[in-house]
Design a protein around this ligand. Structure first.
Ligand code: SF4
Ligand code: SF4
Length: 257
């Protein structure tokens, strides 16, 4: 009798349910992105914007299109990028120096922002300078996509649910005038749902789960494909929690804009 393969989304959902039964400090969240499956459609970015009701210019997730090597040995890699949830996040002390208590790394590995404290351009500039990934942090300057038109649209006035709160973007209230970035969709995890970019990826390139669980899909992928794994800018000692699978890990390791 042939065995039916379990859909990876179903498997990750089961992994998530198991992880959420453990105390927070015994979970270790990680994202695995298989660059060989990314088709560069930006569905993950759109899902992220919709999930977090991002204003103009704020996109926690982008997809880099990178060319590696020289003709005739040229290769292309599509690399989705969001906050790498570093184990040693240089952004945290940088932010806290300007605005004490504005950022922290949780025991489960997610680097979070306190929207009530991380306010003003000065904190944003400090975090941006400290972050080696550049694309990871954004500033909400209070604009709406439909500013200048007769009426703001309902889709950009609905609240964002980040950090388990109900954030309506109104002038001078957070997250307006606040530093923002990817949080591994923490509010969804707490509702036992996978991150929006993972469930939306039509190429099946995005994986998420608990590295403290040896039976989770992400743990098994990283173990079975260890010669394909790379992390971005590892030499900085940040220890990212986003892992990339690629057929050219050595080339990719050395290449980051
Ligand atoms: S990627 Fe940047 S913003 Fe995210 S944890 Fe690392 S240093 Fe901080
Ligand atoms: S995990 Fe959530 S916040 Fe982070 S890039 Fe994906 S959709 Fe955006």
């Amino acid at each position: 009798m042939t065995q039916t393969a379990v859909n990876p989304l179903v498997r990750m959902q089961e992994d998530l349910q198991r992880a959420m039964q453990k105390p927070l400090e015994r979970r270790s969240w990680a994202m695995v992105i298989d660059t060989r499956k990314c088709i560069g459609c930006f569905a993950c970015s759109v899902a992220c914007v919709a999930e977090n009701v991002s204003p103009p210019g704020v996109t926690y997730r982008t997809v880099l299109d990178i060319e590696i090597g020289r003709y005739p040995g040229v290769q292309r890699i599509l690399k989705p990028m969001n906050c790498q949830q570093c184990e040693n996040p240089p952004c945290v002390p940088a932010a806290n120096e300007v605005a004490p208590g504005s950022m922290e790394r949780r025991p489960d590995g997610i680097v979070v922002i306190n929207y009530e404290r991380a306010r003003g351009r000065e904190v944003f500039e400090a975090v941006r300078r400290a972050c080696p990934y550049r694309l990871a942090v954004f500033f909400d300057d209070g604009r709406f996509h439909t500013d200048g038109t007769p009426a703001r649209q309902a889709y950009e006035q609905r609240p964002a649910l980040e950090y388990g709160r109900n954030w309506s973007r109104t002038q001078d209230q957070p997250p307006v005038n606040t530093v923002r970035k990817c949080h591994f969709c923490l509010h969804r995890l707490e509702a036992k749902m996978l991150p929006a970019c993972v469930t939306t990826c039509i190429g099946g390139a995005m994986y998420f789960g608990d590295l403290n669980d040896p039976n989770s899909l992400v743990s098994q992928m990283l173990k079975e494909q260890r010669d394909k794994v790379m992390r971005v800018n590892e030499s900085r000692g940040t220890k990212p929690r986003v892992y990339y699978l690629t057929d050219t890990p050595v080339l990719c390791k050395s290449h980051h804009p």
